[in-house]
Design a protein around this ligand. Structure first.
Ligand SMILES: [Zn+2]
Ligand SMILES: [Zn+2]
Length: 233
């Protein structure tokens, strides 16, 4: 029932903020400026490799000190808390959040990486089953937005999921890594040789999905792989 009301509200009041209910003063925006500002952004004091917040300072988190990842770095907008968490959860049902979330993701990318260095943008593929039920892949929508604003080509249907997996949030760290073993493959591996790639997902928790995608890309000769996510959990 609430879904029906949601659809009704979205249709007749398109410029109402999905978080606080106030007018966004912009028909293109689904979130008001005040709510966007209240996101728990990660700006300073984070791990230089995986963007994990480090309130006590230091360059690397304990995990990155003992792990050699295949990605160069991960870039995140903010912590998976408060408004950002709410927006990501709503993004699973409302594809029109693409513009707002795409914009904050683009800002995070620009302030952490020289865009000239990037060749391709690749969204993390969703399982066919999950994409069918949701109607879209959020990572794909974000990748489309970034591609549109930067002019970088987005590559889809090359990095593919060859196995359906359990949802990662149901599992602990070790189970997550096992769950993803041999899940991703490249259809045309030669395509990424010597290229620098930004892979996009909505959340990084243990970084195991981004790591597994990076491993496959690096095995095929990719030069640099950067992970870009909305939230670092
Ligand atoms: Zn608001
Ligand atoms: Zn780290």
């Amino acid at each position: 029932m609430s879904r029906i009301i949601d659809v009704f509200v979205d249709f007749f009041f398109p410029n109402i903020c999905v978080i606080c209910g106030k007018n966004t003063n912009n028909t293109k925006s689904s979130v008001c400026h005040t709510c966007i500002q209240k996101i728990d952004y990660i700006k300073t004091s984070h791990c230089v490799t995986c963007y994990q917040p480090l309130p006590d300072g230091g360059a690397h988190c304990w995990q990155c000190k003992r792990t050699k990842y295949h990605f160069e770095i991960i870039i995140a907008v903010g912590k998976y808390t408060g408004i950002l968490r709410e927006l990501i959860l709503k993004f699973k049902e409302k594809d029109f959040l693409k513009e707002n979330l795409g914009e904050i993701l683009l800002n995070a990318l620009k302030s952490n990486l020289n865009i000239d260095k990037i060749d391709y943008i690749v969204p993390v593929p969703l399982s066919k089953k999950r994409e069918f039920y949701r109607g879209y892949n959020q990572a794909m929508l974000l990748a489309e937005y970034i591609s549109g604003k930067t002019g970088k080509n987005i590559i889809v249907n090359n990095l593919i999921r060859v196995k359906n997996t359990k949802a990662q949030y149901e599992l602990n760290r070790e189970e997550r890594l096992l769950n993803l073993k041999d899940v991703f493959e490249l259809k045309e591996p030669w395509f990424f040789k010597n290229k620098s790639i930004v892979i996009i997902d909505d959340i990084a928790t243990t970084c195991s999905t981004l790591e597994e995608c990076s491993r496959v890309l690096k095995k095929s000769g990719a030069k640099n792989v950067y992970g870009l996510v909305l939230a670092r959990d």
